[in-house]
Design a protein around this ligand. Structure first.
Ligand SMILES: Nc1nc2c(ncn2[C@@H]2O[C@H](COP(=O)(O)OP(=O)(O)O)[C@@H](O)[C@H]2O)c(=O)[nH]1
Ligand SMILES: [Mg+2]
Length: 241
């Protein structure tokens, strides 16, 4: 019988053939000595991402590769990975190599040390390696979101996060939910925490998001999450007598 791993590292990829294999190796190195699996979720890439990852399975036994039949976006890819994951602790990171896998184990350790009330430890990118325009848009978006949702998060766009699978599965799903995990975890009555993480330049491939596209999606998402918050009631715990 194969024991379930303690940690499932979930990586969404779309047209990341240049970055994905190296990233998979870095993840395996970062988590060596721990009980882990790696799930890459290929979102119907048009390049060789899928074949490159499949070929790596001979080298990295912990690697699993899932494939969407149709492109469905980053959030759906993360969700597919989490549904298939066997570990109780999930680590997500971007598939383009901008997050440093070496930061992952510290997030997991902080999550476990926080006890069952702590559902998530999110990374916050220090010295972000992106264009000035993207950094400005991100600062603006994060500021508005934090004020409206009171989710205490300075950088929800950081793809590197550690959280409890069970807590994630309680959340409603919608496209782009990956930016609202702190707000939705708090809504469920959990605690969330954050830790600084490294950020790197994108070395290959192209960004999949534009500032305008992100802004348009954020408007309806913000309203939607505010509605969810306004319709939530919390009993403060449930006692069995
Ligand atoms: N599965 C999936 N992943 C995506 C999609 N768009 C972006 N990603 C992944 O999400 C992560 C962040 O996207 P990226 O384009 O680097 O955004 P940026 O860093 O904000 O410019 C990367 O791992 C991408 O591969 C998508 O449509 N599907
Ligand atoms: Mg990126």
């Amino acid at each position: 019988m194969v024991l379930a791993p303690e940690i499932s590292v979930v990586v969404p990829v779309f047209d990341e053939a240049g970055a994905a294999p190296g990233l998979a190796r870095e993840i395996a190195t970062a988590f060596a000595g721990r009980s882990f699996e790696i799930l890459f979720v290929d979102d119907a890439s048009r390049d060789d991402t899928r074949a490159a990852l499949h070929a790596l399975r001979a080298e990295i036994p912990q690697l699993r590769v899932l494939a969407h039949r149709r492109n469905s976006g980053q959030s759906r890819a993360i969700r597919s990975g989490i549904l298939a994951a066997r570990g109780p602790v999930i680590v997500t990171l971007d598939g383009d190599g901008q997050n440093d896998p070496a930061d992952g184990p510290a997030l997991v350790d902080a999550l476990v040390a926080g006890g069952p009330e702590l559902a998530m430890v999110g990374g916050e990118r220090v010295k972000r390696q992106d264009s000035q325009a993207k950094k400005l848009a991100s600062r603006f978006g994060n500021g508005i979101r934090r004020r409206l949702l009171r989710d205490t998060a300075r950088d929800t766009g950081c793809g590197l996060k550690a959280f409890r699978r069970e807590a994630f599965l309680r959340l409603p799903y919608f496209d782009h939910i990956h930016r609202y995990l702190p707000a939705l975890m708090l809504r469920e009555g959990y605690e969330v925490a954050f830790r600084p993480v490294h950020h790197r330049h994108r070395q290959t491939g192209q960004s999949k998001y534009t500032n305008l596209g992100r802004l348009m999606a954020s408007l309806s998402d913000l309203l939607g999450v505010m509605w969810l918050q306004s319709r939530s009631r919390n009993p403060g715990g449930v006692d069995e007598l």
